[in-house]
Design a protein around this ligand. Sequence first.
Ligand SMILES: [Zn+2]
Length: 216
Amino acid sequence: MKNLDSPKEKVVKCYHCGNETLMRQTGESSWGSNDEFDFQYTYKMFTCPVCHKITLVQAYRDETMIDPDLWRAAEETILFPINSFKSNVLPKPIKESYEAAIKVRNVNATACVLLLRRTLEIIFKDQGATAWGLADKIEEIAKRGLLPDSLKEASFFTKKFGDSAAHGEDPIDKNDMESLIEFTEYIIDYLYIIPSKIEDFKIQVGRQKDTQEKEG
Ligand SMILES: [Zn+2]
């Protein structure tokens, strides 16, 4: 396999700060084999010019790929930071609202918390809540068994801090904001990401069973 020079700059989405921007590659490591089966993994580290944190991209290519000599034909996955938001199972309005919150996390904690509160409103509406206020929406969804107690409590924290942000009370503390971001992520994982992963697994297991039945 030819070893083509990979680009040392690339537009990458930073899941720390939410900016999609041209990043400088600041590290690289690869391994693979060209014995029986020709394959290669390359890990590339990029540094965000906005928040200075790093993103680790894994690129994989092998001989079964259409054009293994072309770097662009490789499958690329972001290994770090871990994020669910590259997933396409998340409804667009939720994704957009959450990403807007993440984008301002390093700029303004109060704005970030307001947007997290807004994200929750959209999530519970999407889950079928009909109540007008956020507190009632949370109760409604929890009563239907869609939200465990811990995440119900987490939702009320986001509501509480979001309300004080909206009412112009003391500025939001950055550590509190980080916790609320984490809580929102748990809620998204629980309501969207985990169910979709389980569905995918069921399909995969079903496919294996079909193959076994055909072979057996
Ligand atoms: Zn960044």
